[in-house]
Design a protein around this ligand. Sequence first.
Ligand code: ATP
Ligand code: MG
Length: 399
Amino acid sequence: LAKHFKEALPIIETIEANGYQAFFVGGAVRDFILGLSISDIDIATSATPEVMQRIFDKVIPVGIEHGTVIVRHAHQSYEVTTFRSDGNYSDHRHPDQVTFISDLKEDLSRRDFTMNAIAMDRFGVLHDPFNGQNDIKNKQIQTVGNPAARFLEDPLRMMRALRFVSQLDFSIENTTYQAIHHQIPLIETLAVERLAIELEKMFAGSQYMQALALSTQVDLWRHLPVFQDLPSIGHVVKKMSCPLHHLFELSAFISCTYQDITIKEMAKKWKLSNHSLNKAKVLIDLARLFNQQGLTTWLVYQLPSDLYKSFVRLIRNLTNQEITVDQLSVLANQLPLKSRKEMQVNGEDIVAMYPNRSKGAWLGTYLNEVEYAIVQRDVENDYQQIKEWLTKWHPPEIE
Ligand code: ATP
Ligand code: MG
């Protein structure tokens, strides 16, 4: 067993010691077979959430009605989901009712693709009733059961297929592809938050070009907020030269590429948080500044370090210029000022330099000018020198 699975083993052992079954399932097993690094580990069990809460100390009931709890173990979180069958999805969002069951195979049969329907027990033995290993070997995405029926049940699976193309460099098996082609309009019935998660992963995958081309072939864009208003997605795709990792990054990119799509509109339609909207706004403003003046100290001063990677990717896509995170860090370390708080004059100091003036908008303007001048090294961050510099440019009125 790989290290990550070994760390999670005590959970499976505890469940089994209480007389229930438990297996590793989902993306972790798939990625393990593929030899990829494993992200989060999901566990499926015959134990109900009530039983799980009884046999473990630290259980977070994140989705009891769907059978999911999070178990904390050795500072890690593990999603443990009770075997279930999903019933109908009449609202295309959630199964109407889930039924807890005791049979692993039936649980695997409700999963989306054969590659995601493989279970691994604590000895590392695979349980693979739908030949997922074979599809993994052939790098092929294929639904468990009839694709048309499975996509009707939950249309999100079509988006998931496209994002797995991007992440895994797989192709979509022909009948599965045909079903996507016919049923893609159904994704309009989905909650935009669910679509957003898959869209984000699609643009972030290494094979995004392939996934975007397939999405165009099946006419995905016509059914997605914002993208349906673009004159052509081909234009966007052609410009892209590296993956974009977050929806706020993608939104910034779209809004820089199409001036008539405002970031506010895009954020609203995709239900971005205010936090993400603000990050997108900073990226857009600074990309514009970069276009006009290149990589200035003033630009780096305004760019928070947690946005460095996003900014590098955005600039690469917008201009094909290769700036690097290192370059940004070096410039940031040399800044004469890290933030406005470090300025050696404040508003009161400046008011005192102009005793004959009443308060007004001029004060904010002067503060901005001083800040800019310090950052651009026109003046040193020193009270006396700032005073001389400011009063030279803006002589105080004499009574
Ligand atoms: P990732 O590596 O991105 O986490 P994943 O395959 O683990 O990929 P998750 O969204 O974490 O994807 O879902 C875990 C598992 O749950 C999947 O592997 C699949 O078996 C099942 N699953 C997830 N979403 C669906 C769905 N919409 N329909 C059917 N099964 C699903
Ligand atoms: Mg997962």
